[in-house]
Design a protein around this ligand. Structure first.
Ligand SMILES: Nc1ncnc2c1ncn2[C@@H]1O[C@H](COP(=O)(O)OP(=O)(O)O)[C@@H](O)[C@H]1O
Ligand SMILES: [Mg+2]
Length: 198
């Protein structure tokens, strides 16, 4: 199985590119989706969170993200404790999903991970596509999509690794600053390059 990373920054166009890749027939695993799946009601992941952070599982058996957020907000040690539970579960589920794809005969897969480079996971990928836009475009799209003012958008960008720094780790840079019609051929070229590998 050949596995490639897809990443970018907030509102750089990861979801947009991921959709284009799927339209081309790529199988894309989404780290955010896996992270939600491992804390579904009845999972060992949610049980361990319930033990470590009492009161965050509601009467309906679902994770109360607002309560959990209050526990870990501004407390790095608590956040690390949560990650120590969630990350191994996500990793195990990722490997399980890869095996299922392999059993289907899939030979090339893409893993969409917002924090791919920050977590060092890019180092074990066969190649990394970074969805890049200039910072001003990123800020404008973030404001428009999430209804933020300039200061709120700026704060979110400040809290992240800059796209210009992520670019340095890219095998392929997808420049999403133009219209989607300008992005699509780049995505096609990257998918072809991925398929050509291995
Ligand atoms: N090439 C583009 N041209 C114009 N708007 C775009 C383009 N790509 C993405 N967008 C818009 O910008 C916002 C962020 O894109 P999205 O794919 O959601 O980013 P991410 O998943 O990286 O946060 C969305 O509102 C999306 O519709
Ligand atoms: Mg997205």
């Amino acid at each position: 199985m050949h596995v490639f990373g897809l990443t970018g920054g907030i509102a750089s166009g990861k979801s947009t590119v991921s959709r284009m890749l799927r339209e081309l027939g790529a199988r894309v695993l989404d780290a955010d989706v896996l992270a939600r799946e491992v804390v579904e009601p009845g999972t060992p992941g949610l049980q361990r969170i319930d033990e470590r952070f009492p009161g965050v599982v509601g009467p309906d058996g679902r994770l109360d993200r607002v309560k959990l957020g209050a526990h870990i907000f501004a407390d790095p040690a608590e956040r690390a404790a949560l990650n120590a539970i969630v990350h191994p579960e996500v990793r195990a589920l990722f490997l399980q999903k890869l095996q299922a794809l392999e059993a289907e005969g899939v030979t090339h897969a893409v893993y969409d991970v917002p924090l791919l480079i920050e977590t060092g996971l890019h180092q074990v990928m066969e190649g990394v596509a970074v969805v890049w836009v200039p910072r001003e475009v990123q800020k404008a799209r973030l404001m428009a999509r999430d209804g933020l003012d300039a200061a709120q958008a700026e704060a979110r960008l400040q809290a992240q690794m800059a796209l210009d720094d992520k670019r340095a780790h890219a095998t392929w840079v997808i420049d999403n600053s133009g219209a989607p019609e300008a992005t699509r051929p780049q995505v096609e070229a990257v998918w072809r390059a991925m398929l050509a590998q291995g």
